[in-house]
Design a protein around this ligand. Structure first.
Ligand code: BG6
Ligand code: MG
Length: 229
């Protein structure tokens, strides 16, 4: 039986639905190249760093850009994204999250945020959530994008908890793969009918969920599986 000591949360799509704002900003950029960017396209962008997203987009639209142009395009997308999120308030925190993390902390659990986003601090500030995390690792602290495990390993390190005692909450396939590469247990956030490959359990969200109930439902193998992607 595994003893979970730390709970590591992705931000976009787990704590708050910022995926819709990322989508709108990429769609606006794609439209400049007469490309109709769909929700399905956006799935490939979840959990992926800004520059990696731009590289995927350039393939989708069939264009290649010089480094200078890439930076300019990524900055433009980010300016729009910031414009969309700047009016966000704490009412946009996904239902049940505050209750869930509060319960973890009351029981002495450690909590971290591990996000690919370079805007994580801004989002946490808008949502007034900073005080709920013992550690925050964002896109500014890492140089390798999910599915690389770096962001989760750094979070565990900052919490001082062994990776085998960490439980990761993720809504993106790249994020589940990253956590599995880190040999951590995973909760996939999303629809049961559309499971994330390799997630130890799927949950639609935090509403009505208690950490105790979740741990009871997880059937922990002795060592977390490493995914073979
Ligand atoms: C991730 C999102 O959390 O952060 C991705 O799921 C996004 O869609 C990535 O591209 C980088 O975000 P930002 O805010 O640094 O552009
Ligand atoms: Mg996410």
């Amino acid at each position: 039986m595994c003893n979970i000591e730390a709970y590591i949360f992705d931000l976009d799509g787990v704590v708050v639905d910022t995926a819709k704002y990322h989508y709108l900003a990429w769609k606006r950029l794609a439209a400049e190249f007469e490309y109709h960017f769909t929700q399905e396209d956006n799935e490939q962008f979840k959990g992926v760093s800004r520059m990696d997203c731009l590289n995927i987009l350039s393939k989708m639209i069939g264009r290649s850009f010089e480094e200078r142009e890439k930076i300019e395009l990524a900055d433009r997308k980010n300016d729009w994204y910031i414009e969309y999120i700047k009016n966000m308030g704490k009412d946009e925190v996904l239902p049940g999250f505050v209750e869930f993390i509060t319960e973890i902390r009351k029981a002495g659990g450690k909590t971290a945020l591990a996000s690919a986003s370079k805007n994580a601090a801004l989002v946490l500030e808008r949502l007034e959530l900073g005080r709920y995390f013992h550690a925050v690792v964002d896109g500014n602290a890492v140089n390798k994008s999910k599915p690389d495990p770096q962001v989760f390993l750094l979070a565990a390190d900052r919490l001082g908890v062994a990776k085998e005692k960490c439980l990761v909450f993720e809504d993106a396939q790249a994020g589940i793969d990253a956590a599995k590469h880190a040999r951590m247990y995973t909760v996939g956030i999303g629809r049961q009918e559309n499971p994330l490959r390799g997630a130890d359990i799927m949950k639609p969200g935090f509403e009505g969920l208690s950490p105790e109930q979740l741990l009871g439902e997880l059937d922990f193998p002795d060592t977390p599986e490493v995914c073979n992607v």
